[in-house]
Design a protein around this ligand. Sequence first.
Ligand code: PEP
Ligand code: MN
Length: 412
Amino acid sequence: MRRLLHGPAEPGGPIHRRAVDRALGRRLDEALARPAAQQPDWPDPARAARVAGQLHDAEPVVAPAETARLAARLASVARGEAFLLQGGDCAETFDGNTESHLRGNLRLLEEMADVLAAAAGLPVVKLARMAGQYAKPRSNTVDALGLPVYRGDIINAPEPTAEARTPDPRRMLRAHANALEAMDLVRKFCADDVHVSHEMLLLDYERAVLWADASGPEPRLSSGLAHFLWIGERTRQLDGAHIAFAELLSNPIGLKLGPSVTPEQAVEYVERLDPHRTPGRLTLVSRMGHDLVRDVLPPIVEKVAASGHEVIWQCDPMHGNTRRSGNGFKTRHLDHVLDELAGFFEVHRVLGTHPGGVHVEVTGEDVTECLGGSPGVAEADLPARYLTACDPRLNAGQSVQLARSVAELLCG
Ligand code: PEP
Ligand code: MN
């Protein structure tokens, strides 16, 4: 496949390119010229452009052949012949990019997959949130101290100082180097069915490593930065850059759907992102909250199923169930997480559709970030090992408990 070298003159601005498929390049320019939510305000755009230019010569993290292999496996998930387990940190960090942390997360994913496969009698496709999960969407632009919010290690640093929070484009190079190291470890420790994914959020990064891909029904671009990319709840504007960029990619795509989405909008997303009706091309990741999933999800599933597109239905039971504990920690209760999963399975059972997968924030480390489980984490335990850089993750014990619950739901 030909590499599409595509460099910005300035982030978000006109584009220089050295070797480009003309039509694809033009469509890429048009996509990236649309309004893009959740992008950093680089303090020195010319410097950011220089760094982004350097990234265009960067080594790919994944190979198109690996991505194609994942796409084939996801087709079997969409057809109801396999189950998708996606998980890892909410936010990877540069400091956390160690062999022990990555191995811990990979081992946990394997353990959860084994529980699921044994119970369901279905192959389990494993997808790590790893090797690039460095950019975070945020609800507010400033924190309680009036400082710019932390947007992930690829953009700024979490320490509460003006200097640390100033977006630094050189962090994109460091994120890329970290992603290469993480992917080396994945290849070293795992059989080839572990693939990597991250949120396709920071467009100055995502546009950097693209291959022209002529293998499908229309010419597209294959991202060399992850096998699977998803669009978050805060960047799924139908007229925005993220959806338009995802339309051009040949990688399998995920789309987070919160409770405000209408069935009509869901069908519009499906038609835009899966125009060739490719089973498994699109994963719809519902994150409705345990109290809403049973009411909000059914009309969405019905309408999309009636459209004839073979999507993967995946449940993210984490992001609709976040709350603040009495002692001030952003947390989630495992009971709410399990209840959303139960609701998700109920909806699909009634409608006769395949509950195709789960998407969870987990770590192999013994953290105290989410409440519940056994032995249980109580509010008073949260400060002991609350280590996440962003959202609270299930620890290893809670994650295996979740896998056992999902296994029962799959059998039931
Ligand atoms: C996430 O997956 O970390 C995330 C921010 O999710 P969402 O876009 O669903 O809020
Ligand atoms: Mn998160």
